[in-house]
Design a protein around this ligand. Structure first.
Ligand code: MF3
Ligand code: CO
Length: 249
């Protein structure tokens, strides 16, 4: 069941998205050679709590941290720990905020210092996948218009698209209907309506889209060991346009 949000509820999710974006932006400023992923996690947690929110991932299905940090060949759900970032690493940071019961979800991939042209290109292509997808989040379109935008841009650029994990509705809970796949399949394909809040999140691999799960039960890695990038925004479909709720300023 897709739960549409009214104006007051959208305002609540907008506030949640703003706290998320500020937290993400400030956490990114700490990304540098030598910092541990745990330090980034603690910073994000205290920033969210300082803003009156709660890290939505913490404790979700027993997830042990406040954010996900996935490096290089890791696709999503990397668990923060004692690992240090190194110059040239690709770092994907994924973050969820619950502010007064309103949920937002966003992710970004950056490089530590300077990296290779191949890694820069993968980040650019994935960021563009998200931009093209978000531009389709208009009333009257369907979920498949979002999915197709991601899939076509990624594959046209020789990249692989992850199929096992999808974007999703959000707002009243971290995950709501509908699913927002990054490929066009045969699943439900609802029409987009005013009041829908969606987390759109392309996960794009430099090689094939195939993935594996590590023994920690969380970390998703590419099957071929090549790099992966992940960008995500929470967006709301309005009467005649869309609005990104996790936009950086
Ligand atoms: N950001 C992820 C998603 O959109 C959720 C992370 S799973 C968690 O589905 F357990 F870490 F929260
Ligand atoms: Co998400």
């Amino acid at each position: 069941m897709i739960r549409l949000k009214n104006e007051k509820e959208i305002a609540g999710i907008r506030a949640s998205g703003k706290l998320l974006a500020e937290t993400l932006q400030e956490t990114l400023k700490l990304v540098a050679d030598g910092i541990t992923t745990r330090e980034l996690d603690s910073y994000a947690r205290s920033r969210i709590e300082g803003g009156g929110g709660r890290p939505a991932f913490l404790g979700y299905m027993n997830y042990p941290a406040s954010i996900c940090i996935s490096l290089n060949n890791e696709v999503i759900h990397g668990i923060p720990g004692p690992r240090k970032l190194r110059n040239g690493d690709l770092v994907s940071i994924d973050l969820g905020v619950d502010l007064n019961g309103y949920f937002s979800d966003s992710a970004v991939t950056v490089a530590v210092g300077t990296t290779t042209p191949r890694r820069e290109r993968l980040m650019r292509v994935t960021r563009e996948c998200l931009e093209h997808a978000v531009a389709q989040a208009l009333p009257g379109n369907r979920i498949s218009d979002i999915s197709r935008a991601v899939y076509e841009h990624a594959t046209k650029n020789g990249c692989g698209v992850v199929r096992e994990y999808c974007g999703h509705g959000t707002g009243f809970a971290m995950h709501e209907d509908p699913q927002v796949p990054n490929y066009v399949g045969s699943g439900p394909n609802p029409r987009l309506k005013e009041g829908m809040v969606l987390a759109i999140e392309p996960m794009v691999n430099a090689g094939t889209g195939d993935i594996e799960l590590l023994e920690d039960g969380w970390t998703v890695v590419t099957a071929d060991g090549r790099d992966s990038a992940h960008f995500e925004h929470t967006v709301v479909v309005l009467r005649d346009r869309m609005e990104i709720l996790t936009h950086f300023h």
